[in-house]
Design a protein around this ligand. Structure first.
Ligand code: SF4
Length: 380
């Protein structure tokens, strides 16, 4: 079943077939396929032909070319970039340039449109997570490439490592680089995960890092796969598995990611970017708490004044000064290394405080926030 697409007319025909010739039962799998049990052995050729007529008999079940992807920006409001769009393109790359992978069941590719991981990208041998990439004042659709996860059997699995963020339009090149490397260097009888462990995370990061350069983006890089309009980042309420993770938790996840972005930019001596990400982390974190309290968060200035009014003035959240003082340091400071380090640290401390507040609010346990133990060591 291609990317889990299963429409009613075909579903009815399949249901008829299964009722007549199998055990009247189908199972939908995590890899977006259908398992049909108890077909009589002498009926299998007939059944196969019937499945072919429905378009459910494509070769490559559970193989590398059988990519799993969540709906992403097609229909999910939490999607940050297109997952089905890039999945279709990667499947084409595999079919046309690497046809042997249609029989390879050792490497699974999985894609999610955001960090909620409905496409299980973080458990894939090769995973892609939708995100956005800031380039000056513009945003480009992006993908985080993850490698080295998978199912180990006996109920065990391993998470993949986050390697590098690249513009979405370079997803096919990332796959080509990885597959070319695997074909050249993986030893016989070595599994993909053994190969990944032998080479190590840094080796794969170095393979792909050239794709993360955003100084040479083309106009097409600002248009996501499957779209003709320029990319705009927007997040709402999700429609599928992500909806079980509430919007507040999602915003807090986002803040964590922004803090990581800030730290990465700092380590690359991009202090203005680091400060920008720290700023967005602080505002986004405040927004999460305001939304949890049912307060409107239409503008950044509104978020900042509402947070002061609702949480700081009321001493629900204790800060050393006002929330405006904390956020608007950027107005008074130059983007130096010292300020970037201090602002990043402020963002981290603020996030810790809000995260603790939220956890306590959710668990209905009363606590005095002035006694919270917060990390005091700076990032650098
Ligand atoms: S919430 Fe789930 S379905 Fe929606 S974009 Fe994120 S990972 Fe995909």
């Amino acid at each position: 079943m291609h990317l889990g697409d299963f429409y009613t007319p075909k579903a009815r025909l399949l249901a008829d077939l299964v009722k007549k010739y199998a055990a009247n039962e189908i199972r939908l799998t995590l890899r977006q396929n259908i398992l049909i049990r108890h077909i009589r052995a002498d009926l299998i050729p007939f059944f196969y032909v019937e499945l072919q007529k429905l378009g459910f008999a494509n070769a490559g079940y559970n193989s590398t070319s059988d990519i799993t992807a969540c709906p992403g920006t097609d229909t999910c409001n939490l999607g940050i970039s297109s997952s089905t769009g890039i999945a279709v393109v990667l499947e084409k790359v595999l079919e046309e340039e690497y046809p042997s992978y249609i029989n390879n069941k050792e490497i699974a590719i999985k894609i999610s449109g955001c960090m909620n991981a409905c496409g299980q990208h973080n458990m894939a041998h090769i995973g892609f997570q939708g995100m956005s990439i800031k380039v000056g004042n513009l945003q480009a659709p992006g993908l985080q490439v993850l490698i080295g996860g998978g199912i180990l059997g006996d109920g065990n699995g391993r998470f993949s490592d986050k390697l590098v963020k690249i513009p979405s339009k370079r997803g096919p090149d990332a796959l080509r680089i990885l597959l070319n490397d695997i074909e050249a260097n993986q030893q016989q009888k070595e599994s993909f995960l053994e190969y990944y462990d032998r080479q190590g995370k840094t080796y794969f990061y170095n393979l792909l890092k050239g794709l993360s350069d955003t100084t040479n983006l083309l106009p097409d890089d600002f248009i996501d796969w499957g779209y003709s309009e320029k990319y705009v980042k927007a997040i709402g309420v999700g429609e599928c598995a992500g909806v079980v993770i509430d919007l507040i938790a999602t915003l807090l996840f986002e803040s964590e990611e922004k803090i990581t972005n800030s730290q990465e930019a700092f380590q690359e001596n991009q202090f203005s970017d680091s400060i920008y990400y720290a700023y967005t982390a602080i505002v986004n974190t405040a927004k999460a708490l305001l939304i949890a309290a049912g307060i409107k968060t239409n503008t950044q200035a509104g978020i900042i004044s509402s947070f002061q009014e609702q949480f700081v003035t009321t001493h629900k959240i204790e800060l050393e000064g006002s929330f405006d003082d904390l956020v608007y340091q950027i107005k008074n400071e130059k983007p130096t290394k010292i300020f970037a380090a201090s602002y990043l640290n402020d963002a981290k401390l603020f996030y810790s405080k809000i995260d603790a507040y939220r956890k306590t609010a959710v668990s209905h346990v009363s606590v005095s926030y002035t006694h919270l133990t917060l990390p005091t060591t700076p990032y650098v």
